[in-house]
Design a protein around this ligand. Structure first.
Ligand code: MG
Ligand code: ZN
Length: 217
């Protein structure tokens, strides 16, 4: 019982900090995305791809959450994007306080701000980081059982990317079952099948992002 109360307090505090972040984004006219998935689903590769499409048209900033390394941050920096790294030193999710601190170090003269959360399908779902939209990536090699196993994550998603779709023919991955389970858990989510590596579906995802950017400016 005591433990539950403590967790509730932590989440309430986090929600307040997330609201403050939302106010900053609103004031600056920034559209923001929080990318979540398990490790290896392709968050950084998807971000690299969309930056290639969008960076000629829009100013983009990137906040990378990772346990220990700067490997993903460096990949995005190589594209000429303003990047701030948050190393959580073991924590398995970003919280709103961490993102607030990162915002003090990053250019807010941007149209799109991307947050890459720590690879984890559990607690990032309950820690609001103040972004406009949540993007959740499920990759086909992870298996077709994940939606119902991690319903909270799929429920908070505004857009669900089914990545590595080019591999589906080689795997025991029942795409129809996954699509049906997404409908059960979160009928409002936009679902896009993509291959970040081959480029399939990226233009559709980029359109979805551009609609968001146009809505906030
Ligand atoms: Mg990554
Ligand atoms: Zn965590």
């Amino acid at each position: 019982m005591k433990k539950v109360v403590v967790e509730k307090k932590i989440l309430e505090r986090n929600d307040k900090a997330a609201d403050k972040i939302r106010d900053i984004f609103k004031e600056k006219g920034i559209f923001s995305l929080n990318f979540m998935s398990s490790p290896g689903a392709g968050k950084t590769t998807v971000v690299e791809k969309i930056i290639k499409y969008l960076s000629g048209k829009y100013r983009i900033s990137f906040i990378d959450g990772d346990l220990d390394t700067e490997r993903d941050a460096q990949r995005i920096k190589n594209l000429g994007i303003d990047v701030v790294q948050i190393n959580t030193s073991g924590a398995c999710h970003l919280d709103a306080d961490m993102v607030s601190k990162a915002l003090k170090k990053i250019s807010l003269k941007c149209d799109l701000l991307i947050v890459e959360n720590v690879g984890n399908l559990v607690c990032p779902a309950t820690f609001d980081v103040g972004c406009d939209k949540n993007v959740v990536i499920l990759s086909t090699p992870e298996g077709d059982d994940k939606v119902k196993k991690y319903p909270v994550m799929f429920n908070v998603a505004d857009c669900i990317l089914i990545n590595k779709i080019d591999l589906v023919e080689f795997l025991d991955f029942d795409l129809n079952k996954v699509l049906k389970e997404i409908k059960d858990v979160n009928p409002k989510a936009r679902v896009i099948e993509i291959s970040a590596k081959q480029g399939d579906g990226i233009d559709e995802f980029v359109d979805w992002i551009e609609n968001g950017i146009k809505r906030v400016v």
